[in-house]
Design a protein around this ligand. Structure first.
Ligand SMILES: *[C@@H]1O[C@H](CO)[C@@H](O)[C@H](O)[C@H]1NC(C)=O
Ligand SMILES: *[C@@H]1O[C@H](CO)[C@@H](O)[C@H](O)[C@H]1NC(C)=O
Ligand SMILES: *[C@@H]1O[C@H](CO)[C@@H](O)[C@H](O)[C@H]1NC(C)=O
Ligand SMILES: *[C@@H]1O[C@H](CO)[C@@H](O)[C@H](O)[C@H]1NC(C)=O
Ligand SMILES: *[C@@H]1O[C@H](CO)[C@@H](O)[C@H](O)[C@H]1NC(C)=O
Ligand SMILES: *[C@@H]1O[C@H](CO)[C@@H](O)[C@H](O)[C@H]1NC(C)=O
Ligand SMILES: *[C@@H]1O[C@H](CO)[C@@H](O)[C@H](O)[C@H]1NC(C)=O
Length: 246
């Protein structure tokens, strides 16, 4: 009896070693494929360290059952393909990350482990003009790229296809920001990219738009505006700029 138990444990272990890794973005659906057709064998899906049963397929009784799992966390989220026994987890959340084990009993006994990682949906990077003052002699635009409430991401500035600067966080970070200084007349393409191992979001720098208020000082026509900045970083036009600054 003990031997059988040990053998069984060993099987689980082995299955773990040869498992498949699956990465998915929060809110998406993921399908764990059995890569087989249901024939005469019963199928069982379990989840997590406790091997909680989430699916039982009893072929003889034509009984396809799904279960809500620990804390009911799989309620209304499981879809079963009754031809293959493949399992779809819909609208996935971080609490659904973990190991899923497929067990097909009988002659064609199969054990397969899927290690599912769930990544947060990435926010779109926000660009803000960062200068505390708008001096007529300053020909550069200082921009800050920022994201809030992220974890396990990198934030990078690209010039064309090459990385200019980059920062990474592994734990939850309330706010992450990365500055960039460019000349107003620079014609290169700059973009700020946030990425995790499976996806990315990009915001392209538009000097006209993101450095707007200081543009007047270098533009040939010299816009008659003076800019000022409130504490929260919002731009305001305060008064007409004296033309001798142009
Ligand atoms: C085992 O697999 C073979 C080939 O895939 C299939 O023909 C056979 O029906 C399977 N046996 C059972 C009991 O499902
Ligand atoms: C399927 O099996 C479950 C328990 O394993 C049982 O509660 C349910 O009534 C069965 N359904 C049918 C249609 O036999
Ligand atoms: C399998 O699924 C199809 C369509 O979803 C359904 O029509 C059929 O009755 C199902 N078969 C069993 C055995 O549950
Ligand atoms: C930050 O993330 C947490 C958990 O992911 C979420 O509950 C919270 O609402 C988020 N806050 C903001 C401001 O997005
Ligand atoms: C303007 O930015 C460039 C890099 O884009 C830098 O080399 C230069 O020193 C900056 N000039 C001033 C006045 O800050
Ligand atoms: C962003 O993701 C797309 C595919 O989704 C990929 O083609 C592109 O290279 C990625 N960009 C960066 C900067 O990682
Ligand atoms: C840059 O921003 C300006 C003003 O918002 C807009 O008119 C222009 O089309 C933008 N250029 C690009 C390349 O998106």
């Amino acid at each position: 009896m003990f031997c059988m138990f040990a053998l069984c444990l060993c099987w689980w272990r082995l299955a773990g070693v040869f498992g498949e890794s699956v990465s998915v973005t929060e809110g998406d659906s993921v399908t764990l494929n059995t890569d087989t057709q249901i024939s005469k064998d019963d199928i069982r899906w379990t989840f997590g360290a406790e091997n909680s049963i989430i699916v039982k397929i009893k072929i003889k009784r034509q009984n396809f059952s799904t279960y809500d799992g620990p804390d009911g966390r799989f309620r209304d989220r499981l879809k079963l393909d009754n031809q293959t026994g493949s399992l779809t987890i819909m609208n996935i959340r971080s609490e659904h990350a973990g190991d899923y084990i497929l067990l097909i009993t009988g002659i064609n006994r199969t054990i397969k482990t899927f290690s599912v990682s769930v990544y947060a949906r990435l926010p779109v990077p926000v660009l803000t003009f960062s200068s505390s003052q708008c001096s007529p002699s300053q020909y550069n635009c200082s921009v800050v790229c920022s994201v809030v409430n992220v974890s396990a991401v990198s934030l990078s500035w690209y010039k064309g296809n090459s990385v200019l600067s980059s920062i990474s966080v592994s734990d939850l970070s309330i706010s992450l920001s990365l500055p960039l200084e460019v000349e107003y007349q620079d014609k290169n393409t700059y973009s700020c990219v946030i990425n995790n191992p499976i996806s990315n979001q990009t915001t392209q720098l538009n000097i006209t738009k993101h450095c707007q208020t200081c543009e007047g000082m270098i533009a040939p026509t010299c816009l008659k505006q003076k800019c000022s900045y409130s504490n929260n970083g919002l731009l305001q036009v305060l008064q007409t700029l004296d033309l001798r600054y142009c």
